[in-house]
Design a protein around this ligand. Structure first.
Ligand code: GLU
Length: 476
């Protein structure tokens, strides 16, 4: 059997991390099985679907390195097939028109509530006589189309993640609406459970891999496959992504869109890596830092957990720093250069920029750190409390004064580490302080504070753009 899987996002919002993780699992499975990964844009909710969300979803997938094998299927373009399937079910007597008005349905629900019963449709129009139907038609009532669900049915499937599953027809809420309300001689807009079955079958989907919030839908969809005489795919329900309190990760948890993570400075590699670990565990001996291609060589559902996957910022940060530390300075500059330009800084020559990225690279967790940490190289930093304190130490300013004298004489612009050390030694001797005092004071003068990257390299970079003297002079 040819493996064909799909991601079926609704373009009613930006690419959510849950959807992206579903995409990752589908893609890994497809690649592992030498199968195909497809996309279907489920845009049947006309009010909420927006082309810009479709664009955001596709761009996000591309950014993550998830490629697809055929042109995305646009669900709204297939509505005639959906209507035809509904007509087939009507013709077979497996679906029927339900004329119950919203008011009647609401009264039914209130009555159920009063009796502490679970809300369900009571199948009241399942066996309408043609006289009754005609009477409703004559009244000009609208109707939905409902699919018959036998209360006694038991639905079984072998879930690739969760093992044997069974569901009782009784628990599916009564006969299910498959087409929205419309004049009774028409078929209204086809609804999700029907449409998904028709499309998955038409696309030849062999495995449906999606979040566990769809388990009840799977039970319903299996009944529709059977009714339409379509071959059923296999199903795998992946665990939900949970927040730190153990609840489903939602908009309220702050960032949930892939584009948010991108803006925050996470790399595509780290995101793809991390999302794979949200619910899948690596085989023994495999490092948790891997590429999607590496994961694809070993991916299977046996290592997908049933329990929800807690979102762990520390792990994501760790992975992101791993990725940034693996990058060479050219890759780093490719990513940081645009952020620096966005910050309004005009960038000096390429080699200087490369040397700066090399200096900052080892301390980056997210790309944005590379903006904050680069700031004092592009803007004169203000003197912080610890910097001022250092400069007030006896002999500090005198030693810097001597450094300035030497620099002026040397008309010094390049950098030679040995020469730099010599200048510091001279300054220390001249001001009768320890060399450590000169170094700390120099750091305070250059960066405004006592924390920062390697001092001599920092000094060298600032010297090359003729900033070191400026900053030393302002302290004297
Ligand atoms: N459009 C549905 C969703 O976004 C697809 C679910 C499915 O994979 O069948 O949740």
């Amino acid at each position: 059997m040819k493996v064909r899987v799909r991601l079926a996002p609704s373009p009613t919002g930006t690419l959510h991390i849950g959807t992206a993780r579903t995409a990752v699992f589908n893609w890994l499975f497809a690649r592992h099985q030498q199968g195909q990964f497809l996309i279907r844009i489920e845009d049947t909710d006309k009010e909420r679907s927006k082309p810009e969300f479709t664009a955001n979803i596709l761009e996000g997938l591309e950014w993550l390195g998830i490629n697809w094998d055929e042109e995305p299927v646009i669900q709204s373009q297939r509505v005639e097939s959906h209507r035809a399937a509904i007509q087939t079910l009507l013709d077979l007597g497996l679906a029927y028109r339900c004329y119950a008005s919203e008011t009647e349905l609401e009264a039914m629900r209130q009555e159920q509530k009063a009796k502490s019963q679970a809300p369900r449709y009571d199948n009241r129009h399942r066996h309408l006589s043609s006289e009754q139907a005609n009477a409703f038609n004559a009244e000009g009532r609208t109707a939905v189309v409902r699919f018959r669900i036998d209360d006694a049915a038991t639905i079984r499937w072998n879930d690739l993640v969760r093992g044997p599953m069974h569901w009782s027809g009784n628990d599916l809420g009564g006969d299910m609406v498959i087409a929205r309300r419309a004049p009774a001689d028409q078929i209204g807009d086809p609804l999700y459970n029907l449409v998904v079955v028709v499309d998955d079958a038409a696309m030849g989907i062999s495995h449906v891999i999606r979040g566990e919030d769809h388990i009840a839908n799977t039970a319903k969809q299996l009944l529709i496959y059977e009714a339409l005489g379509l071959p059923t795919p296999q199903f795998a329900h992946t665990p939900l992504i949970l927040n730190s309190e153990g609840r489903k990760l939602s908009k309220r948890d702050g960032v949930t869109s892939i584009s948010d993570f991108q803006t925050m400075g996470y790399t595509a590699e780290a995101m793809a890596n991390y999302m794979t670990l949200l619910g899948w565990s690596v085989p023994e001996g495999m490092n948790e830092r891997f590429t999607l291609n590496e994961a694809a060589t070993v991916f299977n559902f046996e290592r997908v957990n049933k329990a929800g996957a807690k979102f762990d910022w520390d792990k994501l940060n760790w992975l992101n720093s791993q990725v940034l530390h693996e990058w060479n300075k050219e890759q780093l500059l490719n990513a940081l250069g645009p952020l620096w330009a966005e910050a309004g800084w005009s960038l000096p020559e390429q080699n200087w920029c490369l040397d700066l990225t090399e200096l900052l690279g080892p301390s980056l967790t997210v790309l944005k750190d590379g903006v904050e940490q680069a700031r004092p190289f592009f803007e004169q930093p203000k003197l912080e409390a610890d910097g001022l304190e250092q400069l007030a130490i006896e002999g500090a300013k005198a030693s810097l004064g001597h450094l300035v004298d030497q620099l002026e004489k040397a008309a010094w612009d390049g950098f030679d580490k040995q020469q730099a050390q010599q200048l510091l030694t001279n300054a220390a001797q001249n001001a009768s302080v320890k060399k450590g005092v000169v170094m700390k004071s120099l750091r305070a003068a250059l960066l405004g504070r006592l924390q920062g990257p390697d001092l001599i390299t920092t000094w060298g970079l600032l010297a090359r753009i003729r900033e070191d003297l400026n900053r030393l002079r302002r302290c004297l």
